[in-house]
Design a protein around this ligand. Structure first.
Ligand code: 9YW
Length: 447
């Protein structure tokens, strides 16, 4: 990690540095999520990266999403990692063993799980940006949005077809990595039921070699469980129905469900503009409304916070984290609940905490027992999560709130280190530096 904050960059310099990070992380084939820690393409990172790139080089932004969607599985799943040849990251393609998966892609090697569906949002944002540019860029972006639409639709259809088991209506994940919030305390209860057997093949972590301070990363015990779930899936040959039926982890993820609802709305907007099939637009409308209802139904009666649901143990997970604000992303909760959530978000339990360097919502409330200001998804602030709330607030017409989140995000990141995540009180960048998606959202905030 990058140590203390030496300097505050002025905006033009910050923008130039962010652009350089994206250029430097470009292998020619993909823009890696981070230079050393993550030498591959990650699914939701690629979406954010394309948004940042759209300001710099639209064809490169388009190519990035095309590369991701070339790795889309034949059943519609967009995989969470598309591997490059670099072997500095574990688990790599051999450990995943998806080469023989029936639905896997040909020609590329990928992981066997997914990540949050933010890709439609990225396409729409790229289009908006291109429309402020030249007529050629505008036409290119429109051509791209039209051509990628069916792949986005089939990705959303996969989430509905394979990942909405049971009656909660929530989109289910089969691995904490699918949430994008790997070791969030959201998953502590369901992970406690994952028992890595003696049959877990041995492995050596590589992340802790790159990040000098292992306390910023998930623990070994957590990693055993992550690897065990992969082992289960691999044994099931990545047959989704089988995995959802049997894996030892199955959780309705309220944050993904909210993002899905709003991404379906965005796809409808794009599809309407580009004359896509009416039946498909109707599907998307139905999926969006079910997802929104599921998010609203998950809200705790006292706190108002949205909850994940452990679908194996059949119970709500009351752990309060940033994901509890999911209804603010997609709407659909009763006004009174929404107001409660907004005032909670502003309160000293979250953004209004007097000790924060910048009023960016931390991954876990600093007032919560177990809050850890340095460890990954257990306390630090993540600029991309801030971007998502800002984007959603803008879309919902809450311009002043969106502006404040943007300003706060820029205050957090003006050290120019482009940390993967930040210590909320000191603003120390943690995890990787020169993280691509951080640079990308900073670029979007600055333009
Ligand atoms: C890992 C790449 C990814 C993100 C995830 C984040 C982290 C990878 O990095 O996971 O090996 O721990 O949790 O959301 O996509 O930036």
């Amino acid at each position: 990690a990058g140590g203390r904050r030496p300097v505050r960059y002025a905006r033009p310099t910050l923008a130039a540095r962010a652009a350089r990070v994206l250029r430097d992380n470009d292998t020619g084939a993909v823009i890696t999520a981070a230079p050393r820690l993550y030498p591959h393409m990650w699914s939701w990172d690629a979406a954010f990266i394309s948004i940042g790139l759209a300001r710099l080089d639209l064809p490169r932004a388009v190519a990035e999403l095309e590369t991701l969607f070339k790795a889309q599985w034949r059943n519609g799943m967009v995989p969470h990692i598309v591997f490059t040849d670099d072997d500095a990251y574990f688990p790599g393609p051999d450990r995943w063993g998806t080469d023989t998966a029936v639905d896997g892609p040909r020609d590329v090697r990928t992981s066997g799980i997914c990540q949050p569906p933010v890709h439609a949002i990225a396409v729409q944002r790229m289009l908006e940006i291109a429309r402020t540019s030249s007529p050629e860029e505008r036409a290119d972006a429109e051509r791209f949005a039209r051509s990628i639409w069916p792949a986005l639709y089939s990705w959303h259809r996969w989430l509905v077809e394979y990942r909405t088991p049971g009656s909660s209506g929530l989109i289910a994940i089969v691995h904490g990595w699918e949430s994008g919030m790997d070791n969030s305390p959201r998953w502590d209860v369901p992970y406690a039921a994952v028992n890595p057997g003696d049959e877990l093949p041995p492995y050596v972590r590589k992340d802790v070699r790159v990040i000098g301070d292992p306390s910023e990363r998930p623990t070994d015990k957590e990693y055993d469980r992550y690897l065990w779930l992969i082992e289960e899936m691999r044994r099931a040959g990545y047959d989704q129905k089988e995995i959802v039926r049997r894996s030892s982890f199955l959780v309705g993820d309220v944050f993904i469900t909210a993002l899905f609802a709003v991404s379906c709305d965005v796809l409808i907007e794009l599809g309407t503009e580009f004359g896509q099939d009416e039946d498909k637009l109707a599907d998307l409308a139905l999926w969006a409304s079910r997802a929104r209802d599921a998010v609203a139904a998950s809200c705790h009666s006292v706190s108002g916070m949205a909850r994940d649901r452990d679908l194996r143990a059949n119970r709500w997970l009351d752990t309060q984290t940033i994901a509890g604000f999911a209804p603010l992303l997609c709407g659909g909760a009763p006004d009174e609940v929404q107001l409660r959530l907004l005032s909670l978000l502003d309160s000293d339990r979250w953004c209004g905490h007097p000790g924060l360097l910048a009023p960016v919502p931390p991954s876990v409330s600093p007032m919560r027992p177990g809050f850890n200001p340095r460890q990954y998804w257990r306390g630090p602030q993540w600029p991309v999560v801030n971007w998502l709330f800002g984007w959603a607030f803008e879309r919902r017409g809450w311009h002043e709130r969106a502006r404040k989140l943007r300003e706060a995000g820029l205050r957090l990141t003006d050290d120019g280190a482009f940390g993967e995540y930040y210590e909320p009180f000191t603003g120390e960048p943690l995890g990787s530096t020169d993280q691509s998606w951080t640079a990308a959202v900073v670029l979007d905030w600055l333009c």
